[in-house]
Design a protein around this ligand. Structure first.
Ligand code: PBG
Length: 426
């Protein structure tokens, strides 16, 4: 029905305002006259084309196309609804028209136009869901990450993966909480074929054969020192010896059925070595997502609590990158590309959008961004304290990571965000 309602239109006596520009300042000269375009002032105005013309609902007259055309040619033009009056501005609004040739707001003036010109999109297929697993039967809440749990590998995990798949998130990455008694200085549990991660991969692949499983390749969950590599007596993290262990770890994960192994350790040369080790064992089809630009960030705090993997001494600054550095990310990018990485990852996410864009513009490989634990917890905390709208901030942060150039995003919000995209309310 051709009916339009304008609510709360203020057609009251307007103070017409004359002005003249002096530089950028508006000199207002308010005079109390009736605004020229204001004729009447209903609070709620309904324009109903059919009623306004007194012929009720528009009926078809049974005319042919030719008859319709002939009528118009003869000057009998069918009436359309009248042009609605211009809604009134508040009293006191200055009269102003700028001679602009460009008005970017034109392309933003309706939801349909905004949707048409949206440059970036996001879908559940872009998300990878990081999941913490442990040997237990129960799901244990992680204090520093509201809404996240150490999931029992046999029960809670399988359920959570099912929920994610229901809303289109079919990629996960596993992080194990390893019992202290299994941690050693060389992290050998990392390549135990019956360890928590390989066991879990086999279980998941059995239940969900098409699930894409990413794994973390690094020694920290298995290291009694809490470092990503083997620590020498003097505190030095040993590079090549660590890479040797990482190769065994990656092969063990591939053997269990991992689709993408993801070295997050930042040792030099590990991508090439892992590629060679995988190929030598017949795992040519297994991809490598390299943590190309992983910064020595304080945003990892909640994650380390989740896995109880804080370094026992020192920090990770001799292998993870300095947050002050930008160009150095290009060195890592070139190395990883040359060594055969399939996906390049930037971590953390939101504070490092420039690095995501840098990789995007300097490589043709897919780019991943990791919205890390600290980023997640800040948004959650802000939401719980009602300081921000959690859901909107969550969606905006993910969209911004996409806009910066990330193809995929590892995020603890994966399930919540995908539900939101599917129109489900929590
Ligand atoms: C360790 C690893 C870390 C994260 C992923 N893999 C922590 C670290 O480097 O200390 C952090 C993820 C997060 O904070 O969400 N290999």
């Amino acid at each position: 029905m051709a009916s339009m309602t304008i609510n709360s239109v203020n057609f009251g006596t307007a103070k017409a305002v004359k002005f003249e520009y002096v530089g950028l300042r508006v000199h207002q000269n308010i005079t109390s006259v009736r605004h020229h375009s204001v004729k009447f002032a209903p609070r709620s105005l309904t324009v109903n084309a059919a009623e306004a013309h007194g012929y009720g609902p528009v009926k078809k007259m049974g005319k042919s196309d030719e008859e319709c055309e002939a009528a118009v040619v003869a000057g009998i033009v069918p009436e359309a609804p009248p042009v609605p009056p211009i809604p009134a501005a508040p009293a006191g609004t200055p009269l102003a028209t700028l001679p602009l040739s460009k008005r970017p707001r034109r392309n933003r003036r309706s939801p349909a136009l905004r949707a048409a010109f949206q440059e970036t999109s996001i879908s559940p297929a872009n998300l990878v869901y990081p999941l913490f697993i442990h040997e237990g039967e129960e799901d244990t809440p992680i204090g520093a990450m509201p809404g996240c749990y150490r999931l029992g590998w046999r029960h809670g995990l399988v359920e959570e993966v099912g929920k994610a798949r229901d809303v289109g998130v079919n990629s996960i990455v596993l992080f194990p909480k390893v019992p202290d008694a299994l941690k050693t200085s060389t992290g050998d549990e990392a390549y135990n074929d019956n360890g928590l991660v390989p066991r879990t991969i086999r279980l998941l692949k059995d239940k969900y054969p098409d699930l894409v499983i990413y794994t973390d390749v690094a020694l920290d969950p298995y290291s009694s020192d809490g470092h990503d590599g083997i620590v020498r007596e003097d505190g030095v993290i040993m590079n090549d010896e660590t890479v040797h262990q990482l190769c065994k770890q990656a092969v063990s994960q591939a053997r269990a059925g991992a689709d993408v192994v993801s070295p997050s350790d930042m040792m030099d040369g590990r991508v090439g070595a892992i590629r060679a080790a995988l190929d030598a064992e017949g795992f040519q089809h297994v991809s490598i997502m390299s943590y190309t630009a992983k910064y020595a960030s304080s945003f990892y705090g909640p994650f380390r609590e989740a896995l109880d993997s804080n370094p026992r001494f020192g920090d990770k600054k001799t292998y993870q990158m300095n947050p002050a550095n930008y160009r150095e990310a290009l060195i890592e990018t070139r190395e990883d590309e040359a060594e055969g990485a399939d996906i390049l990852l930037v971590k953390p996410g939101l504070p490092y959008l420039d690095i995501i864009r840098l990789l995007r513009d300097n490589s043709s490989l897919p780019v991943a961004a990791y919205q890390v634990s600290g980023e997640y917890s800040m948004i959650k905390a802000g939401g719980v304290l009602k300081m921000i709208d959690e859901e909107r901030v969550m969606m905006e942060s993910l969209m911004c990571l996409r806009r910066a150039g990330a193809d995929i995003i590892l995020t603890y919000f994966a399930l919540q965000a995908a539900r939101c995209m599917c129109g489900e309310k929590r």
